[in-house]
Design a protein around this ligand. Structure first.
Ligand SMILES: C[S@@+](CC[C@H](N)C(=O)[O-])C[C@H]1O[C@@H](n2cnc3c(N)ncnc32)[C@H](O)[C@@H]1O
Length: 292
């Protein structure tokens, strides 16, 4: 629980809901450093967080730069670090951002307009084998090869609805998933590739663990099994190093931060929360505490 006088970090500010809760719970003296890659999110929060004065420090940066952000503030350690991975609702709802398969827009999918790679480039330039690899690995999509071939045959592909329609056509109707749109997995895969999402998380975790104060908590909400697996593996290593992330057995390195999981299974949203916020349906929360 955030406490008065503590220092906290929210690496995925989005609409500011969690950051606001941290600032409220740590009033009157707690401080929060927060970042988001999306300049629109930072602009909105700069005015919304004016009432918190110099308790809130906002940056348009990647959370993998947590160490630089702390350095800029002169902070040596943090009492709590939080990520709520993925996409914000305002970004998903804005057709021009290109994240939604149901609203027509350009193939963009970048969290930050400074990102040099767009979904348009990936969809229109990667060869079929590379596309299939991304869709299979990041989307866990069985029909990855058929979808990739259909994409290559249909070029140029310029809009989200065009991409969504051809993914639907590539998957046999009898195999369409029951609970999600047939293009969900392909869109997720392309978004992960555009934004290098898994790489950012892998860089962030060891940096975050070494910035945690003893007794401090690292909490992460993830939305798909690839992210959750990375967090789970990191949390189950005793003394954490980057090596434990690359599929190698956990390594005990003297002097490296030691963290301990707070619960072994991830927490999922309650039925009540699901009713209020159906987009939270695949959320998994994991948390760990630094013990030495
Ligand atoms: C699910 S939203 C966060 C919602 C937020 N917790 C709230 O209460 O409104 C995720 C946010 O993380 C941002 N994001 C994703 N990857 C990022 C990264 N590597 N660095 C900084 N921000 C990132 C996205 O732009 C998005 O705004």
């Amino acid at each position: 629980m955030p406490r008065d006088g503590g220092r906290y970090f929210d690496g995925t500010l989005g609409d500011g809901g969690h950051a606001r809760a941290i600032l409220e719970a740590s009033a009157p003296g707690g401080e929060l450093a927060g970042c988001d890659l999306d300049p629109a999110a930072i602009n909105r929060l700069e005015s919304a967080f004016l009432p918190y004065g110099d308790r809130a420090h906002l940056f348009q940066r990647n959370f993998s730069e947590i160490d630089t952000i702390c350095l800029m503030l002169g902070w040596k350690c943090l009492d709590g670090i939080f990520l709520d991975l993925g996409l914000s609702s305002p970004a998903l709802d804005d057709a021009q951002r290109g994240f939604s398969f149901s609203k027509n827009g350009p193939l963009d999918m970048r969290f930050s307009p400074e990102n040099p790679v767009t979904a348009h480039q990936i969809v229109n330039t990667y060869d079929a084998a590379r596309l299939a690899g991304i869709i299979r690995t990041y989307g866990e999509e069985r029909f990855a090869r058929r979808i990739a071939e259909r994409i290559v045959e249909s070029r140029p592909i310029t809009s989200t609805v065009q991409l969504s329609d051809l993914v639907c056509a590539a998957i046999p109707r009898r195999s369409w998933p029951e609970r999600i749109h047939p293009a969900t997995r392909t869109f997720q895969a392309i978004r992960i590739e555009v934004n290098a999402e898994l790489g950012n998380l892998e860089v962030f975790l060891p940096r975050a663990a070494s910035l945690l104060a003893k007794g401090g908590t690292l909490a992460i909400i993830s939305f798909h099994s690839l992210e959750d697996r990375i967090v789970k593996q990191f949390f189950s290593s005793t003394r954490v190093t980057g090596a434990s992330l690359r599929g190698l057995p956990p390594v005990e390195v003297p002097g490296a931060p030691k963290i301990k999981r707070l619960f072994s299974k991830p927490l999922s949203p309650s039925a009540d929360e699901l009713q209020r916020n159906p987009r939270s349906r695949s959320a998994h929360l994991r948390a760990a505490r630094r013990v030495s």
